[in-house]
Ligand binder design. Structure first.
Ligand SMILES: Nc1ncnc2c1ncn2[C@@H]1O[C@H](COP(=O)(O)OP(=O)(O)OP(=O)(O)O)[C@@H](O)[C@H]1O
Ligand SMILES: [Mg+2]
Length: 249
């Protein structure tokens, strides 16, 4: 079966004050795939996600999401994707239910459909019992879960998840990872996620890209990356593979 490209970049570059934060980045993510975006702090992961959503303008190069150029049609792209940002901002005075209702309205969902999806999303992230509590009184992990619920309400074809499990407790982390996996399998959702939790990435990502100083120094299936390791052995962990690129620096 031919793989359908959903996210594509060609020599995508972003410069801040003459310095490249993202440097000639070319990669493709196919339909139903979970692509793990790895790299140290400041590598350019978030900047790439922002360009893919039309939230920041590339200095040069091209990007396409579902065939649409995000810098030309940012509103169209934003309408089609789900985004969990690095720092979630919410209206503190709204409760979880009201927050999701607002998101549903913004996305043009009919009230009947919206209510069903909201309830199901709140159950999936385990916030149904806290749905009436004001978000301003939420704990950090609860806010993170609400951010994931926002993505779920939208049921997007593509999700950009910037550190989706940051601040979640171990049990919730496992549930969220399982949920992402399930949505990709059952709904053919495509996911680009950035994370520093290599163990989790290894569990769910079909392919990974390792970014250092704005450049993708390696990308592929775990197996392909393992083949580039200096010694042949079975079962390299993603952490061992990742660390190799730092020894080479
Ligand atoms: N608005 C901005 N103005 C100037 N420089 C910026 C801006 N946003 C990001 N940068 C720079 O671009 C580079 C890449 O940052 P980015 O946030 O994309 O990294 P990251 O890979 O997401 O890191 P982290 O793992 O810490 O989230 C960094 O050097 C950062 O300082
Ligand atoms: Mg980041």
């Amino acid at each position: 079966m031919e793989q359908k490209p959903i996210i594509e970049t060609v020599e995508l570059t972003k410069k801040y004050n003459g310095q490249a934060a993202v440097d000639n980045l070319s990669f493709t993510v196919h339909e139903g795939e979970i692509f793990g975006f790895l790299g140290p702090n400041g590598a350019g992961k978030t900047t790439t996600l922002l360009m893919l959503m039309g939230l920041t303008e590339p200095s040069s190069g091209k990007a396409r999401v579902l065939g649409v150029d995000p810098s030309r049609e940012p509103i169209r792209v934003k309408g089609m994707i789900g985004y969990l940002p690095e720092n979630m901002g919410f209206y503190r005075d709204l409760n979880a239910w009201q927050t999701l209702r607002y998101i549903a309205e913004l996305n043009g969902l009919l009230p009947g459909v919206a209510d069903e999806r909201i309830e199901s999303a709140l159950r999936m992230v385990g916030l149904i019992k806290e749905a009436e509590k004001k978000v301003g009184a939420y704990s950090r992990g609860m806010r993170q879960r609400l951010g994931i619920a926002e993505v779920l309400v939208k049921e997007p074809r593509v999700a950009f998840l910037d550190e989706p499990t940051l601040g979640l407790d171990p049990d919730t982390t496992n549930r969220m990872i399982g949920l992402i996996e399930r949505l990709c399998k059952e709904k053919n959702m495509t996911v680009l996620l950035s994370s520093h939790f290599l163990h989790q990435v290894q569990k769910i990502c079909h392919r990974v890209g390792i970014m250092i100083s704005g450049q993708m120094v390696a990308q592929g299936h775990m197996k392909e990356l393992a083949e580039e390791m200096p010694e042949t052995k079975d079962g390299y962990s993603l952490e061992e593979i990742y660390m190799k690129y730092f020894r080479e620096e």
